[in-house]
Design a protein around this ligand. Structure first.
Ligand code: G6P
Ligand code: MN
Length: 441
């Protein structure tokens, strides 16, 4: 097996140490020659990188090279794979994405509703720059992107780089949900074969089978309806916010029993309830700043000062393992099935060809080969078409510097609906994002 050179973009992220543990856990599946960290924020990257040095020395002695840099050429040259997870504006701007909508009485969420709109308008420019830089120094590298809002980022990258077939946008949410299914069934997530359709953070599992083809969907549904649903992945297991989110899956399944919903549908199907449960002074960004961010900073510090991994709780999580497995299937032509974001082109036959859809695909060394979904029912189709128009209008607004298109996008969003309210929220978001948004005329 050829060993891979991997670059991590946005390496200062709170997810990076978990990603390193996933690379360790999956080293037989995806063996590495080198890991390079890249971040524009040297100060944020350094402690994560220093801790990673310790971690890799103990747990990945076979690795030939590890380095970290803020230099693009050094970051990308020689890379086979580039994993991207950046957050333009940081958690500080995420907090505003959540608070501004809430102060207007609508869902404030990182990727859903107007929060996702603002995050999208910020992310696109940096993502385009990253792809241009990668292609300058590593024309053949595969780019796997987790950057949110993945639906909007995927739409924008498709338009900016229509010929680039080596960019793949993915999301760990379907996999994190499948970890809980696997727990219910008493098996491993990678033993399960999903059938799924939708947009990113806006989809449904239609069927879950095992590798022998046995249909396990009803078992999962019955378990959720009778015993409830809880997160099982290490990263979110004990998190009250995620516990609440998974609980809402039971409600969604009761109201709409046909398919197993993605957790993110709660924001679109129960917007009033989502607003009610929020505390504007302690939105998710604040919880992450006080929770995961502090925990990771403490862990990094401790690894550095101990200069050893001994006595430290280091666990691989599905966020990392999913990305690594996807990469391995592409690198070694494993032809395994994962849920990824791809141009529709008839996969869902009654949705537009140019939609970026989230569906299972066989991952080969030529990229994803998605399975046909066929026609989807009217209810899901209606929901998806509204959301898709919102996402595409957002990207239109970005490329055309258009206030009008942005207003249309937000008016279409199910979490807003009311046009004057959409205008008010848009104006508030523009004001808060002066340093980031393109000028909307
Ligand atoms: C899931 C989603 C990601 C999202 C994350 C937020 O993993 O798939 O797209 O960024 O949740 O989690 P957090 O704990 O930061 O709220
Ligand atoms: Mn996601």
């Amino acid at each position: 097996m050829k060993k891979q050179n991997l670059t991590i973009v946005g390496a200062g992220s709170t997810y990076t140490i978990g990603m390193m543990m996933s690379l360790v856990a999956e080293k037989e599946v995806f063996p590495l020659k080198s890991i390079t960290f890249y971040d524009t924020d040297a100060k944020r990257q350094e402690p994560v990188a220093k801790a990673t040095e310790v971690l890799l020395r103990d747990k990945y002695p076979e690795l030939e090279e590890f380095c970290y840099t803020t230099d693009k050429k050094e970051a990308y040259q020689g890379a086979d794979f580039v994993f991207v997870q950046i957050r333009t504006g940081g958690l500080k701007m995420r907090e505003l994405d959540e608070k501004i909508p809430l102060s207007n009485g609508v869902v404030g969420q990182e990727t859903c509703g107007p929060g996702g709109f603002a995050y999208g308008m910020r992310s696109i420019k940096d993502m385009i720059e990253i792809i241009n830089d990668v292609r300058k120094y590593a024309p053949d590298a595969w780019v796997l992107n987790y950057t949110n809002p993945a639906a909007i980022v995927a739409e924008a990258l498709k338009r900016e780089f229509p010929e680039d077939k080596k960019i793949l946008n993915i999301c760990d949410m379907p996999a994190a949900i499948m970890v809980s299914y696997a727990k219910i069934l008493g098996c491993e997530i990678f033993d399960l074969v999903p059938e799924y359709f939708g947009l990113n953070h806006f989809g449904w599992f239609t069927k879950i089978s095992d590798k022998q083809g046995n249909d396990l969907t009803d078992k999962i549904k019955n378990s959720i309806l009778n015993q409830g649903f809880i997160p099982k992945d290490a990263e979110i297991l004990n998190d009250p916010s995620w516990i609440q989110t998974f609980k809402q899956v039971e409600v969604m399944l009761r109201d709409f029993p046909q398919y197993l919903p993605n957790t993110y549908l709660q924001y679109y199907l129960y917007p009033s309830k989502m607003v009610e449960k929020e505390d504007i002074e302690n939105t998710r960004a604040r919880q992450v700043i006080n929770g995961r961010e502090k925990r990771v900073q403490k862990l990094a510090k401790s690894l550095i000062s101990a200069n050893s991994t001994e006595g430290h709780e280091l666990e691989a999580d599905i966020h990392g393992r999913y990305m690594v497995r996807v990469a391995a299937s592409i690198a070694y032509n494993n032809k395994e099935t994962y849920i990824v974001i791809v141009p529709n082109n008839g996969i869902i036959s009654n949705l537009p060809k140019d939609a970026m859809v989230e569906v299972p695909a066989q991952l080969t060394n030529e990229g994803p080969k998605a399975f046909s979904v066929g026609e989807i029912p009217r209810f899901q189709k209606g929901l998806i078409e509204g959301q898709l128009a919102y996402e595409q209008l957002t990207v239109d607004a970005y490329f055309e510097n258009s206030y009008q298109l942005a207003l249309e996008a937000l008016t279409l969003n199910r979490t807003i609906v009311d046009a004057p309210l959409a205008r008010k929220i848009l104006d508030d978001l523009i004001e808060a994002n002066k340093d980031y948004f393109p000028v909307l005329k």
